[in-house]
Design a protein. Structure first.
Length: 119
């Protein structure tokens, strides 16, 4: 007996923004910007018929001030998991190695993000 994979649908391309978070979805990847971090999902973001998604990516914390040559930021492997409902997307970021939740965010398609620098 063969089992088929559930049908997946591409998440709408464009900018999804909120206070403290921005997600830029394009056809082959997702770039994320937060107040003191960056993230990346190196593939097409797809959701199931209920709007749910769960994908691996990276999350890189940034500090304030110059980046030291001998201590560059390190990208952590994370899971981006969430749900798209219309123009709204709620997602959380979980560190794979520890299970720690970095944060939960709600972004809106077409909304400008308000990103502050590190303090």
């Amino acid at each position: 007996m063969e089992y088929s994979q559930p049908k997946l649908y591409k998440v709408a391309a464009g900018r999804w923004g909120a206070v403290g978070a921005e997600m830029v979805v394009d056809k082959s990847s997702v770039q994320l910007t937060f107040d003191c971090a960056n993230g990346e999902i190196p593939l097409t973001l797809k959701k199931d018929k209920k709007g749910n998604f769960k994908v691996e990516g990276t999350y890189t914390r940034r500090g304030f001030g110059p980046i030291r040559i001998n201590n560059p930021p390190i990208a952590q492997p994370v899971i981006y998991e969430g749900k798209v409902t219309g123009k709204s997307m709620k997602f959380k970021i979980t560190v794979i190695a520890t299970g720690d939740v970095i944060g939960e965010f709600t972004v809106t398609r077409g909304q400008d993000a308000k990103i502050r620098g590190c303090r």
